[in-house]
Design a protein around this ligand. Sequence first.
Ligand SMILES: Cc1ncc(COP(=O)(O)O)c(C=O)c1O
Length: 440
Amino acid sequence: MIELKTQIPGPKSIALMERRKKAVARGPFHTTPIFAEKAQGAWITDVDGNRLLDFSSGIGVVNVGHSPETVVKAAKNQLEKFIHTSFNVVAYENYIAVCEKLNSAMPGIFSKKSFLVNSGAEAVENAIKIARSFTGRQAVVCFQHAYHGRTYMAMSLTAKAKPYKYGFAPFNSEIYRAPFPYAYRWPTTDQPEKVAEECFAEFKTLVNFEIGVSQVAAVIIEPVLGEGGFVPAPKHFLSLLRDFCNENKIVLIFDEVQCGFGRTGTLFASEQLGVTPDLLVSAKGIAAGLPLSAVTGKSEMMDAPSEGGIGGTYCGNPVACSAALAVFQEWEKGTLKNNLQRLEITLKETTEKWLGDSPHVGDARGLGPMRAIEFVKDKKTKEPFPEAVKLIIKSAYEKGLILMSAGTFSNIIRFLPPLSISEADLKEGLKIVEEAIREI
Ligand SMILES: Cc1ncc(COP(=O)(O)O)c(C=O)c1O
């Protein structure tokens, strides 16, 4: 149960925010004004002793819950053995074991290899390096509403200008943006099959006539948009892309940084979409909060960069690798999988009820338990309503629930509770959201 001992933010959080303002760069944003003391499962206790329910999972990272015992134990064990040698200098087994797990988890019947780095953005960078090295081509096609991170290549692939790209130009060259099959905002129809056909026609025009197909190294897509607002790409669109990439020897990259590690109900979203990429980028949920990310893919592609061509001091840190192996064990136990179905049903039913009841919930969507609601001023015009989202998030944290927004127009609320959350806790949080929606 949520337990509030002070107003949110409490006096200790307020004091820390003052120190933060003086000592820390303005750049990093804050969804809530609170500071954490400890966290367990779906709960965060702040420095003022308030117990808050977490529907953010640290931006979709602690999918197995905050600090699960098994992960803590595995990380502690590794910490006591050694913290860092650099895989490039003296290698260690748990790096290899994580790669073996990823290779067998990635869909597709072909020989696979993996490479570990530290963040989602870094993994995206490396996927592009691998694709360019393999094909000897330069152009990369990405999509509207995409988010791939904040380093220069990842930022260049990201769609939204403010705040992610604003003032940081010039961006990387040879990047081309195609429309994303966003059914709710597609101008002619919202039927997924038709949206897929029309969107693919635009993609083909771009590639064939504006880039030149023989110049394209890679197509990178989130099978379900993350920051873009939990929009699943229709299966049909992904399979058209797959065929096109096969025919034209283009590397198809799925960025599953946000939709991977169970968020959509299967370990990777691609498992249930019936389309296998050549390279799969994963991060976030992989190590329950320790910094780790990966590129997994076809062996012949992964081996394209020469020895020393990819790497880095901290890549695949041993403590993060131990945590990742514990996360895989959590998955293999199967308890989480059972929870996912229940989570999907409750989130889907509740958000669809709001879609019916509220004049401002224009769309309720997602894949599996990865669900979001899109706010509009008017259901006919679909004019985005970011002010409503701001109010709901503020009202929620003041009542002890941590929520996150999303979307190019900042008008979406995404639900990212730990996948291990209990039904009672989930319902407690959803009740707060419902009250806040009614107050708009
Ligand atoms: C789909 C996707 N790709 C890449 C990234 C970047 O990951 P990171 O913040 O770990 O660099 C994110 C982060 O939210 C993401 O959602």
